[in-house]
Design a protein around this ligand. Structure first.
Ligand SMILES: O=C(O)CCC(=O)C(=O)O
Ligand SMILES: [Fe+2]
Length: 312
């Protein structure tokens, strides 16, 4: 069997108005196995199709290809009520603090507030396309969180209750559009990657990739294994707060994005939806075990940001 399983989400895809817990039984079994064994799953038949993904990637690429001075006004850190919103330039982040800065650019959609300034003068539709996709990812994430709770034999609402403010300034969930520019082998620093080894911070992450390879996931045996794009699917992984929440039943696997082979000047794109519990949610082991002390979601997130941007 392939390392990361492909699971059919058709019974609960977007657009299906509702379904009984019984109908989700088989899906729950497969999701539980994937998140317990690997921490990653490809979901097919989610209701989000490749055309929708391509559309977001196309407008994002137009933004990334603008001259730097046109992107700078939208820089991360320039929005007072939403510290994570906006553009991040190449080599600013190191998801593995032991390596040089990641060779990637990002645009984070964290705030959906109407008073946020968007790069729409140069790129018509940019805001609506990003926000529209954010909301699609939000809906799918809530469905997955329900299935996950059921799969553990818990109340179906247990995770959902802590995700009631996605898309407001009381929740840090973020749609991150990533652009990996062409790599010039001559100027790469020693040990530099497109994205260093890391695990994600929040509850779950949705990943849509362009066809270029590079993403690898660390198996429980300690080997990095490729996680290629499978068109029409979404790759979903467990993040660190969810691992704590489930007392290590669901595993948050380390992953990274490699450089392309020397001489390959292709670019790469991905859309990554980081699901974060509401800022004031207290994350306590759901089996009552106290394996980890309770932690406030926002405190945990801010500490992790400090690590990847360099502690002040
Ligand atoms: O670009 C990708 O395929 C994954 C990136 C990633 O893991 C992240 O940004 O956390
Ligand atoms: Fe990641």
């Amino acid at each position: 069997m392939a390392f990361i399983p492909v699971v059919d989400f058709g019974v609960y895809k977007l657009g299906i108005s509702d379904t009984t817990d019984e109908n989700l039984h088989e899906l729950c079994k497969e999701i539980r196995k994937a998140f317990t064994d690997v921490g990653f799953v490809y979901l097919e038949n989610t209701g989000i199709d490749k055309k929708e993904v391509d559309h977001v990637m196309d407008i994002s690429k137009k933004f990334f290809l603008l001259p730097e001075e046109q992107k700078r006004p939208f820089g991360r850190g320039s929005f007072t009520n939403s510290g994570n919103h906006g553009w991040v330039s190449s080599e600013t982040e190191r998801l593995n603090p032991g390596r040089p800065g990641d060779l990637k650019e990002a645009f984070n959609t964290t705030s959906l507030c109407t008073d946020i300034k968007w790069p729409s003068d140069d790129l018509e539709g940019f805001r609506d396309i990003q926000v529209g996709f954010f909301l699609r990812c939000k809906e799918l994430s809530l469905r997955v969180l329900r299935v996950m709770a059921l799969s553990l034999g818990l109340d179906s609402e247990v995770f959902l209750k802590a995700h009631s403010h996605i898309g407001s300034d009381e929740n840090g969930s973020t749609l991150r559009s990533l652009y990996y520019p062409p790599v010039n082998a001559g100027s790469v620093k020693e040990g530099q990657l497109r994205c260093g080894e890391h695990s994600d911070y929040g509850s779950i992450t949705l990943v849509f990739q362009s066809h270029e390879a590079g993403l690898q996931v660390l198996s429980r045996k300690g080997e990095f294994i490729s996680a290629p794009s499978i068109p029409g699917t979404v790759l979903i992984n467990i993040a660190d707060l969810m691992q704590r929440w489930t007392s290590d039943v669901f595993v948050s696997a380390v992953h990274r994005v490699l450089l392309p082979p020397v001489g390959d000047s292709s670019t790469r794109q991905s859309l990554v939806f980081f699901v974060q519990p509401d800022d004031d949610a207290i994350i306590t082991c759901c089996d009552g075990s106290d394996k980890y002390p309770p932690v406030k979601s926002v405190d945990y997130l801010l500490a992790r940001f400090d690590d990847s941007y360099g502690r002040k």
